[in-house]
Write a new protein. Sequence first.
Length: 164
Amino acid sequence: MKKEIIRKIIHLITQAQELAFKIGIPNILQPGLVKEMIISEKLGHELVHSKRDADACDPNNAGIKYEYLSCYEGGSGQLDRMFKEPKDKREESLSRIWRNNKSYFAIFYKDKPLKIKVIYEIEPKVLATETERQLDRSRNAISHIGINEGWANRNGRIVYQNET
């Protein structure tokens, strides 16, 4: 029974990868990509699957970019590998926030890991201010910046909430 389920999972992932190739996605298992697909679909954005760019853009204007953070209920979303110093690296790290028109923070259900509970919209200035605050307090030159739901609720606005 277990082996049969594993074979079925492999078959479905293989089918998903074949579909992904058709739209230019080379690796469906790229970390975070499936959740980014789910978020972009829910918000009506166009997915950007490159790891070196924003996560999504406006479907009518690729210059309007969006960044996604996500976590499970009770967790925190992270901006990985943000530089406190040197100054040029810090500015480059912060550009990952400033390049976007908006950032979105999606909370997924723990018991249904592909179902969104709520999505918060966060202005780049607000996220950049919090990022700089956390970087200034960090003892490390490179840090992960954590954003939790309480912070998002106080500093963003809900743009999607599951009603079930």
